[in-house]
Design a protein around this ligand. Structure first.
Ligand code: NAD
Length: 250
């Protein structure tokens, strides 16, 4: 598999390059608006790439999506889009491109987190209203937003599993009274260098079921990107996410 890596010189780009080296996967070229030395040529635009490519892994921020998609369409190859917070216009371009090429887009490339999302939905379905769901997420002390997008994603899946009648309650403080059955509690812990931990607890009468995920390094996202890229090369044109990949292997 020949990979073109966009955002090649950023933190995630370097992690993907490292994961490729470990797995013997070839990065034929990189693209970065601020190039720095890498073990493959890095260009400032897709137009300059002459090297072979089977798939693009894109860890650049949500800009210039048009150029990346045009490159993939011209080469008839897929793209793994890892950036977040695209404009409506860019999202429309991505959807349009997915008519011609396979496009994989997700805000969380960790296979484990996406599996956890499926499992918590199933758990809520099976356990039902006799159980109270609470989510605790832990991240490093530099994280700006709370709770994490992943915690919200998990809460959405739990709610779907329960039948869609729950509401998120963020932390508790003061004389809040007894817990309401409609609540999904979400709690954000911040400290040190914690990469990212998510725990979903279902507490019932005399028993507790806990499902959790712990990311120990950014390599989990890099590994997820490689897995998505390999899978995408076998797919027809269309828009995919990690759930599609997991469903195909379960
Ligand atoms: N989906 C996931 O699982 C996941 C996981 C981690 C990070 N991310 C996202 O990936 C992105 C990159 O994260 P990071 O930590 O590596 O950031 P970073 O700032 O370390 O790296 C971004 C790199 O992209 C380059 N760049 C900026 N604009 C570009 C453009 N138009 N074309 C090509 N290169 C460009 C920058 O010069 C930089 O080297 C962020 O949007 C982040 O939210 C997604």
């Amino acid at each position: 598999m020949n990979i073109v890596l966009c955002g090649a010189c950023g933190r995630m780009g370097r992690n993907v390059a490292e994961a490729c080296k470990e797995r013997g996967v070839t990065v034929t070229a990189g693209v970065d608006v601020v190039p720095s030395p890498m073990p493959f040529p890095v260009y400032t635009s897709f137009e300059e790439i002459k090297e072979p490519a089977d798939v693009v892994i894109d860890f650049s921020p949500a800009s210039s999506v048009r150029e990346r998609l045009a490159f993939c369409k011209a080469r008839k190859i897929g793209i793994v889009i890892a950036g977040t917070a695209f404009s409506d216009e860019d999202e429309a371009l991505i959807l349009e491109a997915a008519k011609d090429i396979p496009v994989f887009q997700t805000g969380n490339l960790s296979v484990g987190v996406n599996l956890l999302q499926m499992l918590v939905k199933k758990a809520a379905e099976v356990l039902g209203d006799g159980f109270d769901a609470e989510i605790v997420e832990r991240h490093h002390n530099q994280k700006k937003d709370a709770p994490s997008g992943t915690a919200l994603m998990l809460a959405k899946s739990v709610n779907e599993g329960f039948g869609g009648n729950k509401e998120n309650v963020f932390g508790r403080h003061g004389l809040v009274g007894a817990r309401n059955k409609s609540e999904i509690g979400i709690h954000a812990v911040r400290g040190g260098t914690i990469v990212g931990e998510h725990e979903v607890m279902f507490a019932g009468q005399d028993e507790i079921v806990t499902l959790s995920h712990s990311a120990r390094s950014r390599m989990v996202f890099a590994e997820g990107a490689l897995r998505a890229a390999a899978w995408l090369t076998t797919q027809p044109a269309g828009k995919y996410d990690m759930n599609d990949l997991l469903k195909s292997v379960l």
